[in-house]
Write a protein of this length. Structure first.
Length: 233
């Protein structure tokens, strides 16, 4: 499975999405900072599963409809930073979708995530990540889960990795930095957290109109983990 995650920078990079999907053969597309009133239901062979509605700039998840079937969706408003309370840029910061793999006969969860901006503390972002991962279990306990997006976490990532592993998930960084706008804040911002998947690669794609570079996550089901999940469901 190939998953692209892209922060569109206030929807500026929306015109690039069709070509990105076609060029890289994406099966799932997860967006952040999308104008959800101005995105299509169909995009280069992908179907819109859901988009957030309460954000000025929101999240969206697309999936390849000849490969997967959308079963359920879940969005979550996470603990707010001061930036959120004053400027109200985002109400919902996680959007999860339970998908059914038609050929494999397996269910799994994929989610788009956007953490609080750099004006917030890392401790708040860790709280948001923990809450998002825990809430995704409501879509299907013990199912393979992949959450991708803009984690806004350029430094002290080992601390974050430890926290994620404590929940049973693995943190995967891309092969090159994903944010370039400000000299002193350049680095890895866009990650993947997963359980029940073998994440083979996380590749940073060339920069477009956004200050974030899209990432391409290539992942397979972890057969052992999936057998455990199936037994529990």
């Amino acid at each position: 499975m190939k998953v692209i995650s892209y922060n569109l920078r206030k929807h500026r990079a929306a015109t690039e999405l069709g070509e990105l999907v076609r060029e890289h053969g994406a099966d799932v597309l997860c967006l952040q900072e999308a104008d959800t009133a101005d995105i299509p239901d169909l995009l280069a062979g992908l179907r819109l599963a859901e988009a957030t509605q309460r954000n000025r700039l929101g999240l969206a998840v697309y999936y390849r409809e000849n490969t997967f079937r959308a079963l359920a969706v879940r969005s979550l408003a996470l603990k707010k930073s001061l930036h959120d309370r004053v400027l109200r840029p985002a109400e919902e910061r996680m959007l999860g979708v339970r998908l059914h793999d038609i050929d494999a006969g397996r269910d799994f969860i994929v989610a788009s995530f956007h953490a609080a901006p750099l004006t917030a503390l890392n401790s708040l972002r860790r709280h948001q990540i923990r809450a998002a991962l825990a809430d995704l279990q409501e879509l299907g306990p013990n199912l393979p889960t992949l959450m991708v997006g803009d984690y806004n976490y350029p430094v002290f990532k080992e601390r974050l990795s430890q926290n994620v592993r404590a929940q049973g998930y693995e943190l995967s960084l891309s092969d090159a930095r994903t944010y370039t706008r400000y000299r002193f804040f350049r680095g890895h911002y866009d990650f993947a957290t997963s359980v029940g998947f073998d994440v083979r690669a996380v590749k940073t794609l060339p920069q477009g109109l956004s200050d974030h570079l899209p990432i391409l996550v290539t992942a397979d089901f972890d057969s052992v983990a999936y057998d455990v999940a199936a037994a529990g469901n």
